[in-house]
Write a protein that binds this ligand. Structure first.
Ligand SMILES: N[C@@H](CCC(=O)N[C@@H](CS)C(=O)NCC(=O)O)C(=O)O
Length: 201
């Protein structure tokens, strides 16, 4: 029986995990859920009700996305992180940076989605957008070279850029030629992975 991955098409963290499973060579059965409706099977698997959540063959529940990536790396024969310790740390920090940018983007999306218009707090949105801006600036300067097989860092970058394209198109690209080139190259080199990037639900 394949492992079960609770997911949603648009989720950047779930996109990273979907791609991670492919790179690790581990089949997963994708179960798309709407977290807002708090489905019982998701809540039973992860009390936080968040995606991605992985249920492995032994019935072990694994979350969040970084724990899933580390698990997939161990279970799939160490294909997701560099073997060299310093390079692995670098990849993990790049992944954390991408996830952190996603955190800020999600807070912006949720502020607009769950509050009525007159209650949306613009200074909060601005604070989050400054995190996004600083994060993308750093990412533009520290993009990892793309080799034959992507690491978790490449997947995390593709996931956040895919999410930006989906929800913030036209708002992030200026002055970021390297990030735009990264995404084009990722799509050209790894079309099967690029298809798993965030998509409209
Ligand atoms: N740190 C978590 C973040 C996961 C997350 O926030 N996922 C969003 C979807 S993109 C979610 O489940 N949101 C529903 C909620 O927060 O209740 C991870 O890396 O997996």
């Amino acid at each position: 029986m394949p492992m079960k991955l609770y997911s949603a098409p648009a989720s950047p963290y779930a996109a990273k995990a979907r791609m991670g499973a492919v790179v690790a060579g581990l089949p997963v059965e994708i179960t798309n859920v709407s977290t807002a409706s708090e489905p019982a099977d998701l809540i039973d698997t992860n009390p936080l009700g968040k995606i991605p959540t992985l249920l492995n063959d032994d019935g072990v529940n694994i979350y969040d996305s970084r724990a899933i990536m580390q698990y997939l790396d161990r279970a799939g024969g160490r294909k997701l992180y560099p073997r060299n310790a310093a390079k692995r740390t670098e990849a993990e920090v790049t992944e954390a940076l991408c996830d952190g940018i996603c955190d800020a983007l999600l807070l912006i999306v949720y502020e607009r989605r769950y509050r009525s218009e007159e209650l949306v707090h613009q200074p909060w949105l601005d604070l989050q957008w400054r995190k996004v801006t600083r994060g993308l600036e750093v990412l533009e300067k520290r993009l990892p070279r793309m080799g034959k097989s992507p690491t978790a860092a490449h997947l995390a970058i593709a996931a956040v850029l895919g999410y930006l394209n989906l929800r913030f198109e036209g708002q992030w690209e200026r002055g970021r030629p390297k990030l735009k080139a990264f995404m084009r190259k990722f799509e050209a080199n790894f079309p099967d992975l690029a298809r798993l990037c965030p998509q409209a639900d």
